[in-house]
Design a protein around this ligand. Structure first.
Ligand code: IMP
Length: 419
């Protein structure tokens, strides 16, 4: 695999961080393509746990260069908090980090207007991460956003900040006790970060073109998951970027043929954080057990994740829209000791075409698979797995129409089966 994309096949949090980290020992460059600090990629090795929000996971490997691509929205203070945390844990990133000149910025007023918007939606709120992601992308699309490159053009910067403040002021003022800075004050604050990132700023298309010409091995690191995609997902309970393989191409301005293999990541069960439909959700003691055993709490917000069975209808769909060639299944060990496992293969009362935006009330039809009593924790070989476990994994691979490639049997790097 010389250039590979890693994408989420569920509602984010599939364990992409660990898979990216594993594969980054074979690459020269790791690239974040979309999303922002709403993502939380958790990686454990040695005695350390790392949770990366904006910096590509490749940063944890000393020989890997890292690009934050143009499709990402960057919260500069958050980025620097993350970078200084990395330094404290001994990760030197200074000569290995690159930032796209065209990435848009998440500004303080994006977080405030998102808070006000969520409040105004009342029972219909999305349950966002409150990281200002949606409004940063909204300003990008409505052409009043601030790009990294604009930081070096003060007049344009002030104009854009003023436009953003004016557009969102009324809604922000519905929040109690809030004060908005002026465009000048905001520009001064940004100036400090602008100087800090200046040495790392690149044009992502030119940068990648050169890397590809030099035959660098590239890992494209997707964030969130396909049903959270703003085009094909469970609208309105979605994030605001293109979370499928398509987002890699548009976010970076890279030759679409640059991505050779696509590894889709799914948990051995399913989770979702935030509101929205989840046909295979378990609100009973089995769901509780999955949450407890899988330590299912959001890496970014700490919210408890909703848990359920694998939804094979979604798995097939999300695998197809990503052009998934290989499947990675994570958190297999969490299912140890379950008598029966269920997989949804059909929605019984679906009328008309599959429509992820209108899944409320669909009834999942399940097939049942016998569980296993043995522990799979830390298994490193396919031959170590119980027979029922192998059959279950093979079924997931069949549903995803993708070759089983990696099975994760614990949070650490070494707790992995590579096929
Ligand atoms: P936003 O991306 O903060 O606007 O949130 C929109 C929806 O996407 C909410 O349901 C979030 O919980 C969900 N979401 C955003 N990023 C992630 C992620 O990295 N993992 C899981 N869910 C996410």
């Amino acid at each position: 695999m010389s250039s590979t994309a890693i994408v989420g096949l569920q509602w984010g949090d599939e364990g992409k961080g660990k898979i990216v980290d594993l594969l980054s020992d074979q690459v020269d460059l790791a690239v974040r393509c979309q999303g922002g600090a709403n993502a939380g990629h958790t990686v454990e090795f040695g005695d350390c746990q790392f949770i990366l929000h904006l910096v590509p996971t490749g940063v944890l490997r000393p020989d890997v260069r890292n690009l934050i691509g143009g499709g990402v929205v960057i919260d500069l203070p958050g980025l620097f908090r993350e970078l200084s945390e990395l330094l404290k844990k001994g990760i030197q990133w200074q000569d290995r980090l690159f930032i796209s000149v065209s990435a848009h910025l998440v500004l303080p007023y994006h977080k405030l207007v998102e808070q006000a918007d969520e409040r105004a939606r009342g029972p219909h709120r999305i349950g966002t991460t409150l990281r200002g992601i949606g409004f940063a992308y909204a300003d990008k699309i409505t052409r009043r956003g601030v790009r990294v490159g604009d930081l070096y053009h003060r007049d344009k910067l002030i104009t854009r900040l003023q436009m953003g403040l004016d557009a969102h002021r009324d809604q922000i003022m519905t929040l109690p006790d809030v004060q908005l800075p002026t465009a000048d004050v905001l520009a001064d604050e940004l100036q400090e970060y602008a100087e800090k990132i200046r040495p790392y700023v690149v044009n992502p298309s030119e940068f990648l073109h050169e890397e590809i010409a030099r035959k660098s091995r590239i890992l494209f690191e997707g964030a969130q998951g396909a049903p959270l995609d703003s085009d094909g997902g469970t609208d309105p309970y979605v994030t605001s970027s293109t979370t499928t393989g398509g987002g890699i191409r548009t976010g970076l301005g890279v030759d679409p043929r640059a991505v050779e293999d696509v590894i889709g990541v799914t948990k051995a069960y399913c989770t979702r954080v935030g509101n929205g439909p989840f046909p295979t959700e378990l609100t009973d003691e089995i769901g509780e057990k999955l949450r407890a055993q899988g330590k299912e709490y959001g890496a970014t917000t700490g919210r408890p994740r909703r848990c359920g069975w694998v939804d094979g209808v979604l798995l097939r769909y999300t695998s197809r829209i990503n052009g998934t060639t290989h499947l990675a299944v994570t958190k297999l060990d969490v299912l140890d000791g379950m008598d029966v496992l269920k997989v949804c293969t059909k929605y019984t009362d679906q009328h008309g075409p599959l429509d992820l935006a209108n899944l409320d009330g669909v009834q999942p039809e399940y097939e049942e698979w016998p569980g296993w009593s043995e522990s799979t924790v830390g298994a490193t070989k396919w031959s170590d797995l119980p027979a029922n476990c192998k059959k279950y994994l093979e079924r997931l691979s069949e549903l995803a129409e993708a070759k089983l490639h990696i099975v994760s049997t614990g949070p650490r790097r070494d707790q992995t089966i590579r096929m």
